[in-house]
Design a protein around this ligand. Structure first.
Ligand SMILES: [Fe+2]
Ligand SMILES: [Fe+2]
Length: 301
């Protein structure tokens, strides 16, 4: 059973991280759709705006209440997020609310913060709204994935990418439902690591698949990451609770390496140094997902 402080802090953490992730997924889908699917673009646009609403409210409630470790992890926003948003908005024409990002960059942690019953009630309501919205997002992603798999639509989106972002949405939903029951969102450390190692492996696969054919060196580096995460996943599947420290250390090493690769990629995209079918926000997004995994792995040690 989570204490009031834990419930408040974890609700803030999950919504700060995932509401941004969800609205960015909508940007990725929108930018991959063609004019024939303009109704799906509008649907995605509405979902994006709804999540911006959730994120904005969460940022207001979070000030002072969140931990310093969360703010320092660069999983909510990085030094590149704002610039990535500006460039991505200019390149795609998709509106991105940058005021939320500016407010997030200003968030502070206050060790004297008082966790009131009123705040607990507000977060219960916010979680409930986020749950309804994530369910809609899952349906939307399922609809697109089904069309793609049945060859009923063409989009510049890998089916594996749509499946990947759907799994991330389902993870958010499961976590929020656990929080509403006052339970820890993550129960099985190794199962959670397999989920996240798979996410990291797929990020490397997406990078590999989006690079210009002339970017041979980056292609090979991305491919090496795919192989090392595949190996790690196989080892983790065979591991038991006593192996957690060893497995965590291995996952941490691989994730720090891929994080540095993503960081360089984000800088490279901002400075137009890499030829790839992507824009900076996509790179910054997967960078934040790695930063979050690193913080979580460090907490298991
Ligand atoms: Fe994502
Ligand atoms: Fe991801």
């Amino acid at each position: 059973m989570l204490t009031r402080k834990d419930f408040i802090q974890k609700s803030l953490e999950y919504n700060l991280f995932f509401a941004r992730i969800m609205k960015e997924h909508m940007i990725f889908i929108e930018s991959g759709l063609l004019i024939i699917d303009s109704s799906l673009v509008l649907e995605g646009e509405n979902l994006k705006e709804s999540f911006e609403g959730i994120l904005k409210e969460t940022v207001t409630l979070a000030n002072g209440a969140v931990s310093r470790a969360l703010l320092n992890s660069n999983e909510l926003v990085t030094d590149f997020t704002l610039e990535s948003e500006k460039i991505t908005e200019n390149l795609t024409g998709i509106c991105i609310n940058k005021d939320i990002t500016k407010a997030e960059l200003e968030l502070v942690s206050n060790s004297f913060f008082i966790y009131t019953q009123g705040l607990e009630e507000e977060l219960k309501k916010l979680n409930a709204r986020a749950i309804n919205l994530v369910k809609e997002v899952i349906k939307y992603k399922e609809k697109i994935l089904e069309k793609l798999l049945k060859c009923n639509m063409f989009a510049n989106l890998y089916p594996t990418l749509v499946d990947h972002i759907m799994r991330e949405a389902k993870y958010y939903l499961k976590s929020l439902e656990a929080l509403q029951r006052r339970e820890e969102p993550v129960k099985d450390v190794l199962e959670n690591q397999i989920f996240r190692d798979t996410i990291m492996k797929e990020h490397a696969q997406f990078v590999r698949g989006l690079l210009d054919p002339k970017e041979v060196e980056l292609f090979n580096t991305a491919d090496d990451f795919v192989k090392s995460f595949e190996e790690l996943i196989e080892i983790t599947k065979k591991a038991g609770p006593k192996d957690i420290p060893k497995i965590t250390k291995m996952a941490l090493e691989d994730t720090i390496e891929i994080r540095d690769f993503k960081l360089q990629g984000t800088e490279g995209l901002i400075d137009c140094q890499i030829q790839v079918i992507a824009y900076p926000l996509l790179a910054d997004h997967i960078l934040r997902e790695a930063n979050r995994y690193i913080r979580i792995l460090e907490s298991y040690r």
